[in-house]
Design a protein around this ligand. Sequence first.
Ligand SMILES: Cc1ncc(COP(=O)(O)O)c(C=O)c1O
Length: 390
Amino acid sequence: MRQKPIYLDYAATTPLDPRARSRMLPFFDEAFGNPSSVHSWGQQAEAELEQARAQIAGYLGCESDELIFTSGGSESDNLALRGAAFAARNGRSANHILISPVEHPAVLETARQLQRLHGFQLEFLSVDEFGQVEPADLARRLRSDTAVVSVIYGNNEIGTLNPIAELGSLCRQAGIPFHTDALQAVAQLNLQVDELNVDLLSIGAHKFYGPKGVGALYVRRPTPMVPIQTGGSHERGRRAGTSNVPLIVGMNEALAVVVERRATDIQGFARLRDRIVEAVLGGIADAQLTGHPAERLPNHASFVFEGVDGNGLLAALDLAGFACSSASACKTGEPEPSEVLLAIGLDARLATSSLRVTVGRQTTPSEVEAFLTILPEAIARLRVVEPAFT
Ligand SMILES: Cc1ncc(COP(=O)(O)O)c(C=O)c1O
């Protein structure tokens, strides 16, 4: 084991930015008020909450009242799908849900439950070998009774970017609400909701150097939404529960830092990613890049390796002091092949041989070089001791 482990799993989560951390601290201590309270503690908390909302809205190019704070990406995705689907059923008898087959489980499993328990008709868009949805396919499948469409922006497993603005424009013309899960995109891509033509967009702070357990859903006015968490009138009646002021303030500060340094960050990320891709494809036999070769998240490299068990590889890398991921952090440890990798046409065996390497602000070129020295050795050893794959 190396002295200092090297973290190459920024798609799973990112370390908290120090500025976000210091900004949050007073709200755990003296400024602990409930923003719904009438007294001065409450007023102070409410002022901070609304300032954070206005600033985040500014970064996304929307109005403050178009943002709903949530407990993170999963809740934002749940609220987007369920809220829009139930509202569309109530308002215009719409019963059809269209999603891509490469969604994060927060979207995929929500859509499946809407089908199983609530009788919605769920249809999957096609994706190509890179996991991209084609606008023409969406145009063919959109129906007047489509309740909501959801397509991921930057894929967490394979890094592929989807043509969100084009897809959104088709939905806009048809008058159908369009959601994108932008969790992986925030730290790296344009998030101007008007340019993306989205009606619903999910973000989660821990993917952009903010705290865990907080996120937001953008809901374009006047997209109909039914709350899925009922109770008090928080978030203008769209999401009940006392607002988590420290985490929301921290999320806002983390986003401020992202906006300041995004352009420089992504140049550095892309250089490291390109070095990883070039070295792996050039130096390891039977290695295959997954996802789009060019239209992908700047910090994201992902591969499959013929004859290698992905979980075994992760364990070997961990022992050598490198933290990576196989397909998706949420799936690590599950023996089943990734649904995303199956959807892009890999066979089940190859789909269990994946490795995801994602770089971030703390990654240095020498860390990447150290990783590129270890990886071929780890793979060669696994190929020798894994006769089950031959
Ligand atoms: C694309 C995507 N969507 C949704 C989520 C879920 O977000 P959270 O962990 O904030 O619930 C993740 C996190 O893994 C993700 O990568």
